[in-house]
Write a protein that binds this ligand. Structure first.
Ligand code: SAM
Length: 373
């Protein structure tokens, strides 16, 4: 059987082999921390299967660039070890130095906290679920990091005042808005990296206290995350519509032809999708059947009053449904062409301001007024 160290070496090659000059400390951390210690209670391996350490293919599955779902409640995944390439990109985005004080919201398995601690960061990590906290603490203790990472039980909305201030806050669970407490707990020059709902996805945004107003935001990278519990995932007036599941979007009756052959790759498609969301708050995700989407789903402009709308596919074609299908198809085409006319901006080309939303005693700060930089 191939050893953990050898599988980890190949995993690091897969993660960073073709990357653009990855940070050597990030590469070293992924090559050092044994991911299997953080999924010792197993993970969901597809269908009805729960894979555990006694399975012969356990280590092979652990050392893949896949998220590993470690807890499911009522059929909904609520905790996981996130996708390694996404963790690597976020950690790189933190620009850590030895001694950097980091607050992580959503400790999950503890693997991400261990990676950051291995790079010399002083990590405080919060999770809302007691069993998750216990297991993360145990895993960190097994690899000798119990005294380096302070794992706390609580709602991440509150941050963790006990160890504040922090140079960085990293959030590893999907939000509809940012907690003002995190900005209050930042040291001067600090910033937050958080996946904040935008058009049915959770792109990672970089957020910092503003010179005027409550804060400023910049797009960083495309991502998908499970949703947070509590006020961090509050719906608010004027927010994006909730994603549509399979079967919730009617069959298309209007079809407009493709613009791109081959279609945009997944990164460019998400750049287009982000821009459409920045210009139009009716944008969300639909898991199908718009345009015959299966699996990953795609971008729709939702006609919420009339149960239809328009889907914009990666090849630039548009498929619309419902009583206003023609109008929606025309609007989706106009948004697509606007993105082209603006030079096909990437997610990182957008910035916004933060504005308060949510309930009065637990407000969240949401990005508003997106502009292309
Ligand atoms: C995707 S997992 C985090 C992955 C983790 N960083 C790792 O390395 O394994 C998301 C975690 O966020 C936690 N969570 C959800 N809502 C939360 C909240 N309001 N405050 C703190 N943690 C929360 C969940 O219990 C779950 O463990």
């Amino acid at each position: 059987m191939t050893s953990s160290a050898e599988l980890r070496r190949r995993y690091v090659e897969e993660l960073f082999g073709e990357g653009l000059l990855p940070d050597a400390d990030v590469v070293r951390a992924f090559g050092t921390v044994p991911r299997e210690e953080f999924v010792a209670y197993g993970f969901h391996a597809g269908g009805d299967r729960w894979a555990g350490p006694t399975d012969p293919d356990f280590l092979t599955m652990v050392y893949r660039n896949h998220p590993l779902v470690t807890k499911i409640v009522d059929g909904v995944p609520v905790s996981s070890s996130s996708q390694p390439s996404l963790m690597a990109a976020m950690i790189e985005g933190l620009d850590l130095r030895p001694g950097t004080r980091v607050l992580e919201i959503g400790v999950g398995t503890g693997y991400n906290a261990a990676l950051m601690a291995t790079m010399g960061a002083r990590v405080t990590a919060v999770d809302i679920a007691p069993d998750v906290v216990d297991r993360a603490r145990a895993a960190l203790a097994r690899i000798g990091l119990a005294d380096v990472v302070d794992v706390r039980l609580g709602d991440g909305y509150l941050g963790e005042p006990a160890n504040a201030p922090y140079d960085r806050v990293i959030v590893t669970v999907g939000l509809t808005g940012v907690s003002p407490r995190w900005l209050d707990q930042l040291a001067p020059g600090g910033f937050v990296l958080a996946p904040v709902e935008h058009a049915g996805n959770h792109p990672v945004l970089r957020i910092w206290p503003g010179r005027s107003g409550v804060g400023e935001v910049r797009g960083l990278l495309r991502a998908g995350f499970m949703s947070a519990a509590g006020p961090l995932a509050a719906r608010y007036p004027g927010g994006f519509p909730e994603p549509r599941r399979v079967g919730e979007f009617p069959d298309p009756t209007v079809r407009q032809p493709a613009r791109w052959r081959p279609p945009l790759d997944v990164f460019r498609y998400h750049d287009l999708w982000f821009a459409v969301g920045a210009w139009d708050r009716r944008t969300t995700f639909s898991a199908g059947p718009v345009g015959g989407w299966g699996g990953p789903g795609g971008c729709v402009l939702l006609d919420e009053d009339h149960g239809g709308g328009a889907g914009l596919l990666a090849d630039g074609s548009v498929q619309a449904a419902g009583v206003r299908a023609n109008r929606y198809a025309a609007e989706a085409l106009a948004l697509r062409d606007r993105w082209v006319a603006r030079g096909q901006p990437e997610i990182s080309d957008w910035s916004a301001r933060l504005a308060p939303a949510g309930v009065p005693d637990r407000p969240i700060l949401v990005p508003t007024g997106w502009i292309q930089r």
